[in-house]
Design a protein around this ligand. Structure first.
Ligand SMILES: Cc1cc2nc3c(=O)[nH]c(=O)nc-3n(C[C@H](O)[C@H](O)[C@H](O)COP(=O)(O)O)c2cc1C
Length: 352
């Protein structure tokens, strides 16, 4: 099959398998975090101020629709619905990897539909972190995007039959893009997590924000594995750093960086936990895809309501107030934090 046909086929299969629920089989670990209910709260849900910043842009809520698709006809339909929802709720939105659109002019509309239906929105372009500066500029231009997401996906590349070898010079390449581009660059994983050691290297390369995109949600080991008849990849199905563990690591070891949370952040209470762990905003992909077509607006309004009600019940009137509330970390997440050399009491005793 020709490379572009193969890519289109792959995008279709990603949508299909993600919708069917190729999720992590293990717990996301969000349930290992307990929040400090405040019975004396005087904050009402409608008074909560959800405003946040994302790569220097003011946003109405700390929530964005994360990168998923583009490059096939089916993707155009999905992106159109997502763009409408993003415009309605005033949420930032990313497209899926634009490499197909760069190679084939005829596929560009499957991405540009996001700008068409969300003309004034905050839109994030998306490419592999191995793309060139020239490609990065073209991807941003294709959408008049305000931010570029670069994705890191070694697990996916190593499992998919048509995966490519990782060329040397990855961090230098990211630094070239950051230095040469007029918009901020955000680096993300696709569901296997970014630890503080790698986050610091990326920040030093000029990256504005890190989306940890950890494990616990969409599982690309399973998605790629299920695209063919092989089974060798199965032990890799529970590979990765769980999202809350990445955030704990960053909160303690790299708190000066701007970091974002995605990977299994499927409801507003999980989002609350991420924000309390210092994430500037949270991204959702698989959960929103599964809510399509009819339920995406209901899904997003429930999500934002959960966030508002949760904040009110914590007595938090603004997102920044969440960063000082105590968090009680138990179970496997506690064990993992301890194994990383982090005392969970750091979070349990904060805020007086
Ligand atoms: C169908 C599908 C396609 C995806 N394609 C991309 C992509 O092209 N580029 C990218 O950076 N991430 C991609 N992702 C990863 C998501 O942006 C996100 O990092 C990951 O799914 C974890 O979030 P979730 O658990 O909310 O789904 C894709 C996710 C899904 C579900």
């Amino acid at each position: 099959m020709k490379v572009n046909k193969l890519r289109q086929q792959r995008k279709k299969e990603h949508l299909l398998l993600a919708r069917r629920g190729a999720r992590c089989s293990f717990a996301s670990l969000f349930s290992d975090i307990r929040l400090p209910h405040n019975c004396l709260t005087e904050v009402n849900p409608h008074d909560v101020d959800l405003r946040a910043t994302l790569c220097g842009y003011s946003v109405a809520a700390p929530l964005y629709l994360n990168a998923m698709t583009g490059g096939t006809l089916a993707a155009e339909h999905v992106n159109r619905q997502l763009a409408r929802a993003a415009a309605k709720f005033n949420l930032p939105i990313a497209v899926g990897s634009q490499s197909s659109g760069l190679r084939s002019r005829g596929l560009r509309f499957t991405y540009q539909v996001v700008r068409k239906y969300n003309p004034h929105g905050l839109i994030m372009a998306n490419l592999s972190a191995h793309a060139s500066l020239r490609e990065a500029r073209a991807a941003v231009e294709m959408l008049e995007a305000q931010i570029l997401q670069l994705h890191l996906n070694p697990v996916q590349e190593f499992i998919m039959p048509e995966g490519e070898c990782i060329p040397p010079g990855l961090v230098d390449n990211i630094a070239d893009i950051c230095a040469g581009l007029s918009v901020p660059v955000l680096v993300k994983e696709v569901g296997f997590g970014i630890g503080s050691a790698q986050a610091k290297i990326l920040a030093a390369a000029g990256v504005k924000a890190i989306d940890v995109s950890g494990s616990g949600g969409t599982n690309f080991a399973r998605i790629e594995g299920r695209r063919n008849a092989s089974t060798w990849w199965k032990p890799l199905a529970d590979w990765g750093l769980p999202t809350p563990l990445c955030l704990i690591d960053l909160a303690v070891n790299a708190s000066d960086l701007e970091y974002l949370a995605s990977g299994g952040v499927d409801d507003g209470i999980r989002a609350l936990k991420c924000l309390a762990l210092g994430a500037g905003a949270v991204g959702i992909a698989g959960a929103v895809l599964r809510a399509l077509p009819a339920g995406v607006e209901d899904f997003l309004s429930a999500y934002l309501r959960q966030l508002r009600v949760g904040m009110a019940l914590l007595g938090a009137a603004a997102v920044a107030d969440l960063r000082t509330i105590p968090l009680y970390i138990t179970g496997t997440l506690r064990d993992l934090a301890l194994a990383r050399g982090i005392d969970p009491a750091f979070f349990g005793t904060r805020g007086g």
